[in-house]
Design a protein around this ligand. Structure first.
Ligand code: 5GP
Length: 263
């Protein structure tokens, strides 16, 4: 009995310490969740997601000023940027990593380039984080430290690795009639950049092409497996053996396709 009470006596301060530590952890976690994902693990690599307007714009049902598919002869005809995404090696990714709000003023000097090369290809708003914060850029920290440099980096990487030109030079030209072997398209990128991209299709049209980079922006394969085959890099097994790079025809008054109602 005496031993028991002595043990209890000795254990009490530790017990109290444990309760205090437990409570403080709990408070920090609640605070972290509420304030902005303070405990999010740093990403492993960057994925430059490019979108093929000819495929995206096929699903345009109505127009609005922000939808680049509706710019008539100024609608994009080359791969454009969908996003520069910080990703984890296990196939997941972080999002909404900071407390700061997206501030359009910070990127005002980049607007022309962004509208042309990083355009929105629909009228629906891009998915944002709670409170309007940027979804991917905030997770690029500490490699990219602010909004301006996130968008500038996206543009610079896009210009350096010109996928449209590489495919064009390999004979894969935009066409509404030609079909190309997806293996040939992947080889063209491999030969040019020494990395294997991943490709996403919609039916038999290329919808997206992803290039991946280490944190210092040297290129790396997107797939993390050692034995890469065509099935693995044509994401979600969404591409057939032969694919197309369709041309989007945006005609009509004021750059808006005829018959499509405006927003
Ligand atoms: P979707 O369903 O069109 O493939 O993706 C919808 C959104 O999820 C994208 O706009 C992007 O914000 C996010 N997303 C999809 N795939 C990836 C990915 O591989 N990495 C990251 N970081 N985000 C992705």
């Amino acid at each position: 009995m005496a031993t028991f009470s002595a043990r209890t006596h000795l254990a009490l301060p530790w017990l109290l310490l444990g309760v205090i530590l437990g409570l403080s952890c709990l408070i920090e976690k609640v605070d972290g969740n509420r304030e902005g994902e303070l405990n999010i693990r740093e990403f492993d690599y960057f994925k430059l997601a490019l979108q093929w307007p000819g495929t995206f714009c096929k699903s345009t049902r109505h127009c609005c000023s922000k939808n680049a598919c509706c710019r008539g002869s100024n609608a994009p005809t080359e791969f454009t940027i969908h996003g520069l995404w910080p990703d984890y090696n296990d196939g997941t990714w972080p999002s909404c990593c900071s407390r700061s709000d997206f501030d359009p003023k910070e990127i005002s000097t980049l607007v022309d380039g962004l509208e042309k090369y990083w355009p929105t290809l629909s009228c629906s708003s891009p998915s944002k984080c709670h409170g309007g914060r940027e979804k991917h850029g905030t997770c690029s920290y500490p490699v990219i430290r602010d909004e301006y440099h996130y968008f500038l980096t996206g543009l610079n990487v896009y210009f350096k690795y010109n996928v449209t030109r590489v495919l064009y030079e390999a004979g894969y030209v935009p066409s509404n009639t030609e079909k190309y072997p997806v293996g040939g398209i992947i080889s063209a990128i491999q030969n040019a950049f020494h990395i294997t991209p991943s490709i996403v299709c919609s039916k038999d049209s290329i919808k997206e092409l992803h290039l991946c980079f280490y944190k210092d922006f040297t290129p790396r394969d997107c797939a993390t497996v050692s034995s890469i085959n065509i099935e693995m890099v044509t994401s979600k097994a969404s591409c057939p053996k032969y694919v197309s790079l369709p041309i989007h025809v945006s005609s009509g008054r004021d750059g808006f396709p005829s018959l499509l109602p405006h927003d």
